[in-house]
Write a protein that binds this ligand. Structure first.
Ligand SMILES: [Zn+2]
Ligand SMILES: [Zn+2]
Length: 175
């Protein structure tokens, strides 16, 4: 489906694609990124200063229930935040770096295979699939290795303070 096709399908269902809705749909489609509602609101505001937050949230909900955008939580990297992307893209899996939040998209035949296997294994009719993988990106792996090395090089504290403290407390009580 192209953006034009989306607009036509909305029209057929009697959904009026107002200028503000068009702006949002265009933003989600063009950036190709996974933006949260707040960021989309900021970007939309640059295009139309009159747009308000309520409109943005309401439009996102409409686009989601209309099956035009996907709402993702991306392994809850950003807490309760949700991210939006267009359904125009070919199905893909998301690999999320749990340290920096970088999102990679994996398009590939294994996903189609997984779908088919699930269908034949359970006699299931798959309508949508969402695959998320969490881990560390190459950059963060390097940073983490360096951090772990720094921790390893920290001077080790002399053993025993907790035991001594306990003893001290006992002694204090006795006197
Ligand atoms: Zn990272
Ligand atoms: Zn994606």
């Amino acid at each position: 489906m192209t953006l034009d096709a989306i607009q036509r399908s909305l029209k057929e269902r009697g959904v009026r694609l107002t200028r503000q809705r068009q702006i949002l749909l265009g933003l989600i489609d063009k950036t190709g990124a996974h933006l949260d509602a707040e960021r989309l609101y900021e970007l939309a505001k640059e295009k139309d200063p009159k747009i308000n937050r309520v409109t943005v949230y309401r439009t996102l909900k409409m686009l989601k229930t209309g099956g035009l955008v996907d709402e993702l939580d991306l392994m809850h990297y950003g807490g309760d935040q949700h991210y939006y992307e267009t359904r125009l893209k070919q199905e893909h899996a998301h690999a999320i770096c749990l340290r920096c939040g970088r999102v990679e998209e994996f398009f590939g035949e294994p996903l189609q295979r997984l779908r088919k296997q699930i269908e034949s294994h359970f006699g299931f009719q798959v309508l949508l699939a969402r695959t998320e993988v969490g881990g560390y990106c190459a950059h963060c792996q390097t940073l983490r290795a360096r951090e772990l090395e720094e921790v390893r090089l920290l001077p080790i504290e002399p053993p025993g303070p907790p035991a001594r403290r306990r003893g001290g407390a006992l002694r204090a009580r006795r006197t």
